[in-house]
Design a binder for this molecule. Structure first.
Ligand code: 13P
Ligand code: SF4
Length: 346
Protein backbone atom coordinates (compact mmCIF):
# COMPACT_ATOMS: atom_id res chain seq x y z
CA UNK A 1 0.00 0.00 0.00
CA UNK A 2 0.96 3.66 -0.26
CA UNK A 3 1.35 3.87 3.52
CA UNK A 4 3.79 0.95 3.52
CA UNK A 5 5.81 2.47 0.70
CA UNK A 6 5.90 5.84 2.44
CA UNK A 7 7.09 4.21 5.64
CA UNK A 8 9.86 2.34 3.81
CA UNK A 9 11.00 5.54 2.09
CA UNK A 10 11.11 7.32 5.46
CA UNK A 11 13.23 4.52 6.95
CA UNK A 12 15.69 4.51 4.06
CA UNK A 13 15.98 8.30 4.19
CA UNK A 14 16.76 8.06 7.89
CA UNK A 15 19.38 5.34 7.38
CA UNK A 16 21.13 7.12 4.50
CA UNK A 17 21.08 10.52 6.24
CA UNK A 18 23.51 12.97 4.62
CA UNK A 19 24.51 10.38 2.02
CA UNK A 20 21.25 11.05 0.22
CA UNK A 21 19.78 14.16 -1.37
CA UNK A 22 16.42 14.28 -3.16
CA UNK A 23 15.72 17.35 -5.33
CA UNK A 24 12.12 17.64 -6.56
CA UNK A 25 10.87 19.80 -9.43
CA UNK A 26 7.66 21.76 -8.83
CA UNK A 27 5.87 19.68 -11.50
CA UNK A 28 6.34 16.43 -9.55
CA UNK A 29 3.42 14.64 -7.90
CA UNK A 30 2.61 15.39 -4.25
CA UNK A 31 3.35 11.77 -3.32
CA UNK A 32 6.95 12.38 -4.43
CA UNK A 33 7.33 16.04 -3.40
CA UNK A 34 6.61 15.13 0.24
CA UNK A 35 10.02 13.39 0.32
CA UNK A 36 12.01 16.06 -1.51
CA UNK A 37 14.87 17.65 0.46
CA UNK A 38 14.58 20.70 -1.78
CA UNK A 39 11.94 21.77 -4.27
CA UNK A 40 12.43 24.31 -7.01
CA UNK A 41 12.27 25.25 -10.65
CA UNK A 42 14.98 24.13 -13.02
CA UNK A 43 17.35 27.01 -12.18
CA UNK A 44 17.00 26.55 -8.43
CA UNK A 45 17.51 22.78 -8.71
CA UNK A 46 20.65 23.27 -10.83
CA UNK A 47 22.03 25.72 -8.26
CA UNK A 48 21.14 23.49 -5.30
CA UNK A 49 22.59 20.34 -6.94
CA UNK A 50 25.87 22.15 -7.61
CA UNK A 51 26.27 22.73 -3.87
CA UNK A 52 25.44 19.19 -2.73
CA UNK A 53 27.97 16.93 -1.05
CA UNK A 54 25.70 13.84 -0.77
CA UNK A 55 27.08 10.75 -2.53
CA UNK A 56 23.62 9.80 -3.82
CA UNK A 57 21.34 12.27 -5.55
CA UNK A 58 17.95 10.83 -6.47
CA UNK A 59 16.53 13.29 -8.94
CA UNK A 60 12.77 13.68 -8.96
CA UNK A 61 12.33 15.47 -12.24
CA UNK A 62 13.16 14.64 -15.85
CA UNK A 63 16.24 13.29 -17.62
CA UNK A 64 17.83 16.60 -18.68
CA UNK A 65 17.65 17.86 -15.07
CA UNK A 66 19.42 14.74 -13.80
CA UNK A 67 22.10 15.21 -16.49
CA UNK A 68 22.59 18.79 -15.35
CA UNK A 69 22.94 17.62 -11.76
CA UNK A 70 25.54 15.06 -12.84
CA UNK A 71 27.52 17.69 -14.78
CA UNK A 72 27.55 20.07 -11.81
CA UNK A 73 28.53 17.53 -9.13
CA UNK A 74 31.79 15.72 -8.35
CA UNK A 75 33.16 12.41 -9.59
CA UNK A 76 32.39 10.59 -6.30
CA UNK A 77 28.69 11.52 -6.45
CA UNK A 78 26.08 9.58 -8.39
CA UNK A 79 22.83 10.92 -9.80
CA UNK A 80 19.93 8.48 -10.14
CA UNK A 81 16.67 8.95 -12.03
CA UNK A 82 13.89 6.79 -10.52
CA UNK A 83 12.40 6.05 -13.98
CA UNK A 84 14.50 6.21 -17.14
CA UNK A 85 11.36 6.92 -19.18
CA UNK A 86 11.04 10.32 -17.50
CA UNK A 87 12.29 12.31 -20.48
CA UNK A 88 11.13 15.61 -21.96
CA UNK A 89 9.58 15.78 -25.41
CA UNK A 90 10.89 19.32 -25.87
CA UNK A 91 14.49 18.31 -25.11
CA UNK A 92 14.12 15.50 -27.66
CA UNK A 93 13.22 18.03 -30.40
CA UNK A 94 16.86 19.06 -30.87
CA UNK A 95 19.56 16.46 -31.39
CA UNK A 96 23.25 16.71 -32.00
CA UNK A 97 23.22 15.99 -35.72
CA UNK A 98 20.35 18.42 -36.42
CA UNK A 99 22.08 21.14 -34.44
CA UNK A 100 25.37 20.79 -36.32
CA UNK A 101 23.47 20.81 -39.61
CA UNK A 102 21.57 23.96 -38.63
CA UNK A 103 24.73 25.66 -37.45
CA UNK A 104 26.51 25.03 -40.76
CA UNK A 105 23.61 26.37 -42.81
CA UNK A 106 23.22 29.41 -40.57
CA UNK A 107 26.95 30.16 -40.65
CA UNK A 108 26.64 30.04 -44.44
CA UNK A 109 23.93 32.71 -44.35
CA UNK A 110 25.11 34.93 -41.51
CA UNK A 111 28.82 34.17 -41.12
CA UNK A 112 30.35 34.21 -37.67
CA UNK A 113 27.75 36.52 -36.12
CA UNK A 114 25.65 34.04 -34.11
CA UNK A 115 25.82 33.09 -30.44
CA UNK A 116 23.94 29.92 -29.45
CA UNK A 117 21.79 29.82 -26.31
CA UNK A 118 19.98 26.73 -25.11
CA UNK A 119 17.14 26.39 -22.65
CA UNK A 120 18.26 23.97 -19.91
CA UNK A 121 15.45 21.76 -21.23
CA UNK A 122 17.89 20.17 -23.67
CA UNK A 123 20.22 17.19 -23.77
CA UNK A 124 23.77 17.39 -22.41
CA UNK A 125 25.05 17.05 -26.01
CA UNK A 126 23.23 20.25 -27.03
CA UNK A 127 24.54 22.07 -23.97
CA UNK A 128 28.05 20.89 -24.96
CA UNK A 129 27.60 22.21 -28.51
CA UNK A 130 26.50 25.56 -27.12
CA UNK A 131 29.33 25.65 -24.56
CA UNK A 132 31.90 24.95 -27.27
CA UNK A 133 30.62 27.87 -29.34
CA UNK A 134 30.91 30.42 -26.49
CA UNK A 135 27.17 30.27 -25.70
CA UNK A 136 25.24 29.63 -22.51
CA UNK A 137 22.23 27.85 -21.09
CA UNK A 138 19.14 29.76 -19.94
CA UNK A 139 16.11 28.93 -17.82
CA UNK A 140 12.70 30.55 -17.84
CA UNK A 141 13.65 32.64 -14.79
CA UNK A 142 16.78 34.20 -16.33
CA UNK A 143 15.97 34.10 -20.05
CA UNK A 144 15.71 37.90 -20.37
CA UNK A 145 19.07 38.46 -18.75
CA UNK A 146 20.72 35.78 -20.90
CA UNK A 147 19.21 36.95 -24.21
CA UNK A 148 20.29 40.52 -23.43
CA UNK A 149 23.78 39.21 -22.63
CA UNK A 150 23.94 37.16 -25.85
CA UNK A 151 23.20 40.24 -27.93
CA UNK A 152 26.14 42.05 -26.34
CA UNK A 153 28.39 39.18 -27.48
CA UNK A 154 27.25 38.73 -31.10
CA UNK A 155 24.89 40.39 -33.58
CA UNK A 156 22.37 37.56 -33.46
CA UNK A 157 21.50 34.48 -31.49
CA UNK A 158 20.25 30.96 -32.06
CA UNK A 159 17.79 29.92 -29.34
CA UNK A 160 17.31 26.17 -28.76
CA UNK A 161 15.01 24.21 -28.44
CA UNK A 162 11.86 26.14 -27.33
CA UNK A 163 10.65 28.64 -29.92
CA UNK A 164 8.04 30.03 -27.52
CA UNK A 165 10.34 30.90 -24.63
CA UNK A 166 12.77 32.39 -27.17
CA UNK A 167 10.12 34.42 -28.98
CA UNK A 168 8.38 35.64 -25.82
CA UNK A 169 11.66 36.68 -24.23
CA UNK A 170 13.05 38.48 -27.30
CA UNK A 171 9.71 40.25 -27.86
CA UNK A 172 9.74 41.39 -24.23
CA UNK A 173 13.16 42.91 -24.83
CA UNK A 174 11.78 44.97 -27.70
CA UNK A 175 12.81 42.82 -30.66
CA UNK A 176 9.97 42.87 -33.24
CA UNK A 177 8.66 39.61 -34.69
CA UNK A 178 9.98 40.41 -38.17
CA UNK A 179 13.51 40.38 -36.76
CA UNK A 180 13.01 36.77 -35.68
CA UNK A 181 13.27 33.64 -37.83
CA UNK A 182 12.45 30.01 -37.14
CA UNK A 183 14.79 27.14 -37.97
CA UNK A 184 12.82 24.03 -38.92
CA UNK A 185 15.11 21.06 -38.16
CA UNK A 186 12.92 18.54 -39.98
CA UNK A 187 12.79 20.38 -43.33
CA UNK A 188 16.14 22.09 -42.71
CA UNK A 189 14.70 25.45 -43.60
CA UNK A 190 14.86 28.95 -42.20
CA UNK A 191 11.39 30.51 -42.03
CA UNK A 192 11.13 34.30 -41.86
CA UNK A 193 8.99 37.18 -43.06
CA UNK A 194 11.14 40.32 -43.31
CA UNK A 195 14.59 40.90 -44.75
CA UNK A 196 17.17 38.24 -43.97
CA UNK A 197 19.78 40.83 -42.97
CA UNK A 198 17.53 42.15 -40.21
CA UNK A 199 17.17 38.82 -38.43
CA UNK A 200 18.58 39.00 -34.90
CA UNK A 201 16.96 36.01 -33.24
CA UNK A 202 16.80 32.52 -34.76
CA UNK A 203 14.35 30.27 -32.93
CA UNK A 204 14.57 26.48 -33.01
CA UNK A 205 11.22 24.98 -33.99
CA UNK A 206 10.61 23.08 -30.74
CA UNK A 207 7.90 23.40 -28.12
CA UNK A 208 6.55 22.01 -24.85
CA UNK A 209 3.58 19.78 -25.52
CA UNK A 210 2.17 20.57 -22.06
CA UNK A 211 2.24 24.36 -22.33
CA UNK A 212 1.07 24.36 -25.96
CA UNK A 213 -2.28 23.12 -24.62
CA UNK A 214 -3.20 26.59 -23.36
CA UNK A 215 -5.07 28.42 -26.08
CA UNK A 216 -6.63 31.74 -27.04
CA UNK A 217 -10.01 30.03 -26.66
CA UNK A 218 -9.17 29.20 -23.01
CA UNK A 219 -8.37 32.87 -22.42
CA UNK A 220 -11.59 34.05 -24.09
CA UNK A 221 -13.60 31.68 -21.91
CA UNK A 222 -11.99 32.94 -18.70
CA UNK A 223 -12.50 36.58 -19.73
CA UNK A 224 -16.18 35.86 -20.43
CA UNK A 225 -17.00 33.67 -17.42
CA UNK A 226 -14.70 35.21 -14.79
CA UNK A 227 -14.26 38.91 -15.61
CA UNK A 228 -12.28 39.59 -12.39
CA UNK A 229 -9.79 36.81 -12.94
CA UNK A 230 -6.08 37.49 -13.53
CA UNK A 231 -4.47 35.22 -16.10
CA UNK A 232 -0.88 34.14 -15.43
CA UNK A 233 1.02 31.79 -17.75
CA UNK A 234 4.45 30.20 -18.24
CA UNK A 235 6.52 31.63 -21.15
CA UNK A 236 6.61 28.16 -22.75
CA UNK A 237 3.05 29.02 -23.86
CA UNK A 238 2.51 30.35 -27.39
CA UNK A 239 3.21 34.03 -28.09
CA UNK A 240 -0.48 34.89 -28.70
CA UNK A 241 -1.45 33.29 -25.39
CA UNK A 242 1.26 35.15 -23.47
CA UNK A 243 0.23 38.42 -25.15
CA UNK A 244 -3.42 38.01 -24.13
CA UNK A 245 -2.56 37.04 -20.55
CA UNK A 246 -2.09 39.53 -17.72
CA UNK A 247 1.22 38.12 -16.49
CA UNK A 248 3.80 35.63 -17.72
CA UNK A 249 6.83 34.16 -16.01
CA UNK A 250 8.73 31.12 -14.83
CA UNK A 251 7.42 28.50 -12.45
CA UNK A 252 9.06 30.38 -9.56
CA UNK A 253 7.50 33.67 -10.68
CA UNK A 254 4.03 32.10 -10.85
CA UNK A 255 4.36 30.63 -7.33
CA UNK A 256 5.63 33.90 -5.85
CA UNK A 257 3.01 36.04 -7.59
CA UNK A 258 0.15 33.98 -6.16
CA UNK A 259 1.80 33.96 -2.72
CA UNK A 260 1.97 37.76 -2.70
CA UNK A 261 -1.55 38.25 -4.05
CA UNK A 262 -4.26 39.47 -1.71
CA UNK A 263 -6.93 37.19 -0.27
CA UNK A 264 -10.04 37.14 -2.41
CA UNK A 265 -8.17 37.67 -5.69
CA UNK A 266 -8.96 35.37 -8.63
CA UNK A 267 -6.40 33.56 -10.80
CA UNK A 268 -6.35 31.34 -13.88
CA UNK A 269 -2.96 29.64 -14.20
CA UNK A 270 -1.43 28.32 -17.41
CA UNK A 271 1.15 25.76 -16.39
CA UNK A 272 1.59 22.09 -15.48
CA UNK A 273 -1.23 20.37 -13.58
CA UNK A 274 0.54 19.09 -10.45
CA UNK A 275 1.82 22.57 -9.71
CA UNK A 276 -1.55 24.21 -10.37
CA UNK A 277 -3.27 21.72 -8.03
CA UNK A 278 -0.70 22.33 -5.32
CA UNK A 279 -1.10 26.10 -5.60
CA UNK A 280 -4.90 25.69 -5.36
CA UNK A 281 -4.53 23.62 -2.15
CA UNK A 282 -2.07 26.07 -0.61
CA UNK A 283 -4.31 29.12 -1.18
CA UNK A 284 -7.85 28.43 0.02
CA UNK A 285 -8.27 32.21 0.46
CA UNK A 286 -8.03 32.80 -3.31
CA UNK A 287 -10.11 31.57 -6.20
CA UNK A 288 -7.72 29.65 -8.47
CA UNK A 289 -8.38 27.53 -11.57
CA UNK A 290 -6.34 26.02 -14.40
CA UNK A 291 -6.48 28.18 -17.54
CA UNK A 292 -7.29 24.99 -19.46
CA UNK A 293 -10.21 23.34 -17.60
CA UNK A 294 -9.02 19.86 -18.63
CA UNK A 295 -5.74 20.46 -16.78
CA UNK A 296 -2.38 19.79 -18.43
CA UNK A 297 -0.23 17.07 -16.92
CA UNK A 298 3.37 16.43 -17.99
CA UNK A 299 3.22 12.69 -18.56
CA UNK A 300 6.96 12.17 -18.31
CA UNK A 301 7.26 14.13 -15.04
CA UNK A 302 4.44 11.93 -13.73
CA UNK A 303 6.41 8.77 -14.40
CA UNK A 304 8.26 9.43 -11.17
CA UNK A 305 5.89 8.09 -8.54
CA UNK A 306 6.02 6.49 -5.10
CA UNK A 307 6.93 2.94 -6.31
CA UNK A 308 9.73 4.26 -8.57
CA UNK A 309 11.13 6.49 -5.83
CA UNK A 310 11.12 3.60 -3.36
CA UNK A 311 12.72 1.26 -5.89
CA UNK A 312 15.50 3.76 -6.59
CA UNK A 313 16.25 4.20 -2.88
CA UNK A 314 16.33 0.43 -2.39
CA UNK A 315 18.90 0.14 -5.18
CA UNK A 316 21.19 2.49 -3.26
CA UNK A 317 20.96 0.31 -0.17
CA UNK A 318 21.73 -2.76 -2.29
CA UNK A 319 24.67 -0.83 -3.78
CA UNK A 320 23.27 -1.22 -7.30
CA UNK A 321 23.87 1.84 -9.45
CA UNK A 322 20.63 1.26 -11.36
CA UNK A 323 19.37 4.16 -13.46
CA UNK A 324 22.51 6.18 -12.94
CA UNK A 325 22.70 9.24 -15.20
CA UNK A 326 26.32 9.57 -16.24
CA UNK A 327 27.20 12.17 -18.86
CA UNK A 328 30.24 11.43 -21.04
CA UNK A 329 33.29 13.28 -19.66
CA UNK A 330 34.09 15.32 -22.76
CA UNK A 331 30.44 16.32 -23.24
CA UNK A 332 30.17 17.20 -19.54
CA UNK A 333 33.24 19.44 -19.77
CA UNK A 334 31.84 21.52 -22.66
CA UNK A 335 28.28 21.54 -21.25
CA UNK A 336 29.62 22.82 -17.93
CA UNK A 337 31.02 25.88 -19.69
CA UNK A 338 27.52 26.75 -20.96
CA UNK A 339 25.95 26.11 -17.54
CA UNK A 340 28.61 28.11 -15.69
CA UNK A 341 28.16 31.14 -17.95
CA UNK A 342 24.53 31.12 -16.87
CA UNK A 343 25.17 30.40 -13.18
CA UNK A 344 27.68 33.26 -12.96
CA UNK A 345 25.23 35.69 -14.53
CA UNK A 346 22.22 34.49 -12.46
P1 13P B 1 11.05 26.03 -15.10
O1 13P B 1 11.24 25.09 -13.96
O2 13P B 1 12.36 26.70 -15.45
O3 13P B 1 9.96 27.03 -14.90
O4 13P B 1 10.71 25.15 -16.40
C1 13P B 1 9.49 24.58 -16.59
C2 13P B 1 9.58 23.27 -17.23
O5 13P B 1 8.91 22.98 -18.18
C3 13P B 1 10.46 22.30 -16.67
O6 13P B 1 10.46 21.19 -17.45
FE1 SF4 C 1 9.42 18.97 -20.95
FE2 SF4 C 1 7.22 20.48 -21.01
FE3 SF4 C 1 7.32 18.36 -19.42
FE4 SF4 C 1 8.81 20.53 -18.87
S1 SF4 C 1 6.58 20.41 -18.86
S2 SF4 C 1 9.48 18.38 -18.79
S3 SF4 C 1 9.31 21.21 -20.95
S4 SF4 C 1 7.40 18.34 -21.68
Amino acid sequence: SSEEMEERIKQIKKRLGNDLFIPGHHYQKDEVIQFADATGDSLQLAQISAKQAATNIVFCGVHFMAETADILTEENQQVLLPDMRAGCSMADMADDVQTKEAWETLQGIFGDTILPLTYVNSTAAIKAFVGKHDGATVTSSNARKMVRWALTQKERLLFLPDQHLGRNTAYDLGIPLDEMAVWDPINRKLEFRGEVGRIRVILWKGHCSVHENFTIKNIENVRKNHPNMNIIVHPECKHEVVQLSDLAGSTKYIIETIEMAEAGTEWAIGTEMNLVNRIIQQHPDKKIISLNPYMCPCLTMNRIDLPHLLWSLEQIEKENSQNQIKVDKQIAKEAKKALNRMLILS
